[in-house]
Design a protein around this ligand. Structure first.
Ligand SMILES: Cc1cc2nc3c(=O)[nH]c(=O)nc-3n(C[C@H](O)[C@H](O)[C@H](O)COP(=O)(O)O)c2cc1C
Length: 247
């Protein structure tokens, strides 16, 4: 009788051990599945933090920019405290995520009605951003938050007159597109485009201050030369920003 009880107890113990072992294996498998195939939100967060430098290193017809980083620190107050002009740049590249954040901060769409991070008189949205990289010039398409190849080649030195334009990893030329200001008279086109570009420029300064980047707003630019490089008419280059890391 005692022997039977003993066998019964051993069988129970073996069964419990098997159940515990199977449960442990199952939770291990679930964990590794989670690591291999993260949920969508994890993918977004991970890809946002992974640094890639495709934009400055290649030439592509069009580039869909990453989603701009949400809830980026620091606070606006700290960014305002850190905002400053910097005129010397190391050769360190901006990540693709930084380029995305930068262009969106400058003049990206921030609402469903298509309005922008920077205000424009009568919502003309005439300030256009051209990104000069070591490989090409890209046009920033606000509506789709993407880059369109504009011209292949290194034209960074043409974006402004000062020597640092040739060495900063990227420059943004801000151009007033007068075709978008047909309901303004000539004085209005000049005045409001010059005013509107100030907001875009300040957004660039603040994003740079918030993300440890360096920049300077430059009005000392060769406007006819920029128009020629961009092959534009009915437009006015207003300000250029070289952007990189402070040397
Ligand atoms: C509209 C505008 C145009 C400017 N143009 C130039 C320029 O062509 N070259 C330059 O080195 N700095 C330029 N600056 C930068 C100013 O010199 C700089 O903002 C000023 O010295 C104050 O320094 P802070 O920006 O660090 O406060 C410009 C600034 C503004 C607002």
């Amino acid at each position: 009788m005692n022997k039977k009880l003993l066998i019964y107890q051993i069988a129970c113990l073996a069964l419990s051990a098997t159940v515990v072992f199977l449960a442990w294996k199952l939770s291990d498998a679930t964990e590794s599945t989670n690591t291999d195939q993260p949920s969508n939100s994890t993918v977004t967060e991970e890809s946002a933090s992974q640094e890639s430098f495709v934009i400055e290193n290649s030439v592509q017809d069009s580039i869909a920019l990453n989603k701009p980083t949400e809830n980026q620190n620091p606070s606006l107050y700290v960014a305002l405290q850190n905002r400053k002009t910097v005129r010397s740049f190391s050769d360190q590249l901006l990540s693709d995520q930084q380029i995305s954040n930068l262009l969106w901060s400058a003049c990206g769409v921030n609402r469903e009605d298509g309005k922008l991070t920077s205000p424009t008189a009568r919502n003309a949205q005439e300030i256009e951003a051209y990104l000069f990289t070591p490989k090409a010039i890209y046009y920033y398409q606000k509506e789709s938050h993407s880059l369109k190849l504009y011209k292949e080649g290194d034209f960074r030195a043409k974006a402004g007159n000062q020597a640092f334009f040739a060495t900063a990893p990227v420059a943004i030329a801000l151009v007033g597109n007068f075709l978008k200001m047909e309901n303004f008279d000539e004085e209005g086109k000049q005045f409001y485009s010059a005013t509107d570009v100030g907001y875009v420029s300040q957004d660039i300064y603040l994003y740079c201050a918030a993300d440890g980047l360096a920049t300077v707003a430059c009005g000392n630019i060769d406007r006819p030369a920029i128009l020629e490089v961009l092959e534009l008419k009915d437009a006015k280059p207003l300000l250029s920003h070289p952007i990189g890391f402070e040397q």
